[in-house]
Design a protein around this ligand. Structure first.
Ligand code: NDP
Length: 283
């Protein structure tokens, strides 16, 4: 069997296209949607992510306000900037690019963002809303993964989904979203014994670990739907996922590539959340 490739790049382009008229409508009423993006320090990967997010804003018709702060910025100064943006009517969404320098508490910073402007969906109020099934902003990566699964026409009800990784930004919210769609969910992590035996029983695999090609074809149940969130570099410095695409695509029914899978969807969902935030604030 050769897996069907789930093209996240094409899906992200369609979603972005559909957001344009919503952004234009807001702009016509004198309220162009605005996203504030804060980058502290000079982490090269973060700079690429921020640049991609700003480009996406331009495509959709969202005003991006970029704040590049030096690595020595104090937590107090960053919290003051967030307070200012919370109060700024032109700002609908606030994004603080992670990771932050070690002397700043990410939790304190994220929880200082007004939940109405929490378009990354990392605020404790957004996490609580997700846990209890209330409305709130969904974290962009797991939200994008759900859109990819939906686009495949795949019904999760009763299926066994195995999530690899339990971070607050991917693994945990992913597990909750799969549960919301009535999958039976197993969450695995670095202390899981015999990961392969769990994976071999999975109808759906979502890999969010950060270890190049660690999930190989022999761990995949024939016909499974495999979503690869990982963004790593292989021995030749080439971008690759947590899944060994070559061997896994011979066993899976559906698979996302890296690049061109989850990455572009994360940005598309950030744009979706920002438009949503602007509509909620202005209606
Ligand atoms: P974290 O480092 O926060 O979490 C990694 C998780 O993987 C942890 O829960 C860890 O377990 C688990 N883990 C580590 N080693 C193993 C192992 N051998 N077996 C099973 N589980 C293991 O990473 P993130 O969740 O932030 O990101 C994961 C990956 O996804 C990274 O490659 C990142 O670059 C990528 N990413 C991609 C995005 C995109 O847009 N495509 C967006 C966000 C992330 P434990 O909790 O026990 O330590």
């Amino acid at each position: 069997m050769t897996a069907k490739i789930l093209d996240g790049k094409a899906l992200a382009a369609r979603i972005t296209e559909e957001l344009k008229p919503r952004a234009a409508k807001l702009a016509q009423s004198g309220r162009k949607p605005g996203l504030a993006v804060i980058l502290v320090g000079e982490d090269p990967a973060s700079q690429v992510y921020v640049r991609n997010k700003i480009r996406a804003c331009e495509r959709v018709g969202i005003e991006s306000l970029e704040f590049r702060l030096p690595a020595e910025t104090t937590q107090e100064a960053l919290l003051a900037k967030i307070a200012e943006l919370n109060a700024d009517d032109a700002v609908d969404g606030i994004l603080v690019q992670l990771p932050l320098p070690g002397h700043i508490s990410s939790d304190k910073v994220i929880d200082a963002i007004s939940p109405d402007k929490d378009v990354d969906g990392f605020h404790v109020a957004s996490a609580g809303a997700l846990l209890t099934g209330k409305s709130g902003f969904l974290p962009c990566t797991p939200y994008g993964v759900m859109k990819i699964i939906e686009s495949a026409g795949y019904d999760l009800a009763g299926k066994h989904a195995v999530v690899v990784g339990r971070s607050n930004i991917v693994g945990k919210p992913q597990a909750l979203l799969l549960l919301r769609k009535n999958a039976t969910v197993t969450v695995t992590h670095s202390r899981t014994s015999d990961l392969a035996s769990h994976l071999r029983q999975a109808d759906v695999v979502v890999a969010a670990v950060g270890r190049a090609k660690m999930i190989t074809g022999d761990m995949i149940k024939p016909g499974a739907l495999v979503i690869d969130v990982g963004m790593n570099h292989d021995e030749n410095g080439k971008l690759c996922g947590d899944v060994d695409f070559e061997s896994a695509s011979l066993k899976a029914g559906w698979i996302t590539p890296v690049p061109g899978g989850v990455g572009p969807m994360t940005i598309a969902m950030l744009m979706t959340n920002t438009i949503e935030a602007a509509e909620r604030r202005h209606n």
